[in-house]
Ligand binder design. Structure first.
Ligand SMILES: Nc1ncnc2c1ncn2[C@@H]1O[C@H](COP(=O)(O)OP(=O)(O)OP(=O)(O)O)[C@@H](O)[C@H]1O
Ligand SMILES: [Mg+2]
Length: 354
């Protein structure tokens, strides 16, 4: 087996008598996209800073690309790219000047730099804005420039600390697309932190859920969601008969059917797959359907079950409700962006750029 990209053993960091990261064990394979999901203050940035050699662990050990973060920081830095939570970009430079400077910091020669700049711009599309001053960029463009800068030396492992916080849905989707293609085309290992459920769900091969400095769950998004239960199809009907219930129970893939009054709950491991058969069965039983809704567990349900609180303040407590199989990822709930300004602690430390 190839060497894992990232390994931590009981890694921890203390500030005063407070443990921001309280002993975390991770093993992340080369080529994996790992989503580190947790609310404000959970310890995400602190862990990223330790792995990027910007902060020493108080206890435990971290290996990145096979090198110890505390004892071989230079070796680690050559292999990683970092886009921290708050990009410190010089507003008066153009995007291209910033990328060129970043290349120089990594010791790339002029010819090599211009090749690399074109290569990263093929991955991260900034368009003609690349020759404009950064002060004219939108928030989304700054995040993408920052991502491009993190890629200039062709790192094997990329750390992205909340790459889409504060972005509008369209810019967020663009960053997701770039992260995905980087991983698929170049096999780059990506460690990304996020407070967005949809982001972890959409992008990550595996998700670690962090709460108060501890890893409270880990697995693929589907594995994690299965720990809190199965999908449920809720059918509201004009009148419920025994024939209806019998017919539904005979649908392949249906685990359990519970009916009461004018509502019937159909439990299934894969709700989307049985949605149409359930609709047909209701029709065949001569039942008039008022509404048919698929409820699937979300990562917030997982978080709620593990910690007793919601991942996102103000997030609705219901499981995600969809009225058809063709659901889109919902926009993040209102109020999330209120977090964006709360970034004082992450000011301006920027990998090789400081
Ligand atoms: N340099 C520091 N000195 C003291 N406390 C710190 C320091 N850096 C972080 N902390 C504290 O450690 C905890 C974890 O912070 P961290 O920045 O790692 O959280 P986070 O998960 O990245 O949160 P966010 O989603 O808001 O970025 C917080 O309570 C924070 O106040
Ligand atoms: Mg953070």
């Amino acid at each position: 087996m190839p060497e894992p990209a990232i390994v931590t053993e009981d890694i921890a960091r203390q500030f005063g008598d407070f443990w921001a990261v309280a002993g975390v064990d991770l093993e992340i394979a080369a080529g994996e996209i790992y989503g580190f999901l947790g609310p404000n203050g959970a310890g995400k940035s602190t862990l990223v800073r330790m792995l990027c050699t910007l902060m020493r662990p108080t206890r435990g050990r971290g290996l990145v690309a096979g090198h110890d973060v505390a004892n071989e920081p230079e070796q680690v830095r050559l292999r990683i790219g970092v886009a921290l939570q708050d990009a410190a970009l010089d507003d008066r430079q153009t995007g291209r000047e910033l990328l060129d400077l970043q290349g120089r910091l990594y010791g790339l020669r002029r010819a090599e730099r211009s090749v690399r700049v074109e290569q990263v711009l093929r991955l991260v599309d900034i368009g003609s804005a690349i020759d404009r001053q950064i002060k004219t960029y939108s928030g989304g463009m700054k995040r993408r420039l920052d991502l491009a800068a993190a890629l200039i030396h062709d790192p094997d492992i990329l750390f992205l600390d909340e790459p889409t916080t504060g972005l509008d849905p369209e810019s967020r989707a663009a960053v997701w697309e770039e992260v995905r293609s980087l991983n698929e085309q170049h096999g780059t290992t990506i460690f990304l932190t996020t407070q967005y459920l949809e982001e972890a769900d959409e992008l990550a091969d595996r998700v670690g859920i962090i709460s108060r400095g501890r890893l409270v769950a880990e697995g693929t998004p589907d594995e994690l969601k299965r720990t809190v239960g199965t999908d449920v199809i809720v059918a509201r009907v004009e009148s419920l008969t025994d024939t209806t219930l019998q017919t539904l129970r005979s649908v392949p893939g249906v685990d359990e059917v519970v009916g009461a009054h004018q509502e019937v709950m159909v439990h299934a491991a894969n709700g989307a797959a049985v949605m149409s058969p359930v609709a047909l069965a209701l029709h065949d039983a001569g039942t008039t359907v008022v509404s048919l809704t698929l409820r699937t567990p979300t990562l917030d349900d997982v978080f709620l079950q593990l910690t007793g609180s919601h991942l996102q303040d103000g997030a609705p407590s219901d499981r995600s409700e969809r009225s058809s199989e063709h659901s889109e990822h919902p926009d993040p709930p209102a109020g999330e962006d209120a977090r964006a300004p709360d970034r004082g602690s992450d000011k301006s430390t920027k990998g090789a750029r400081t």
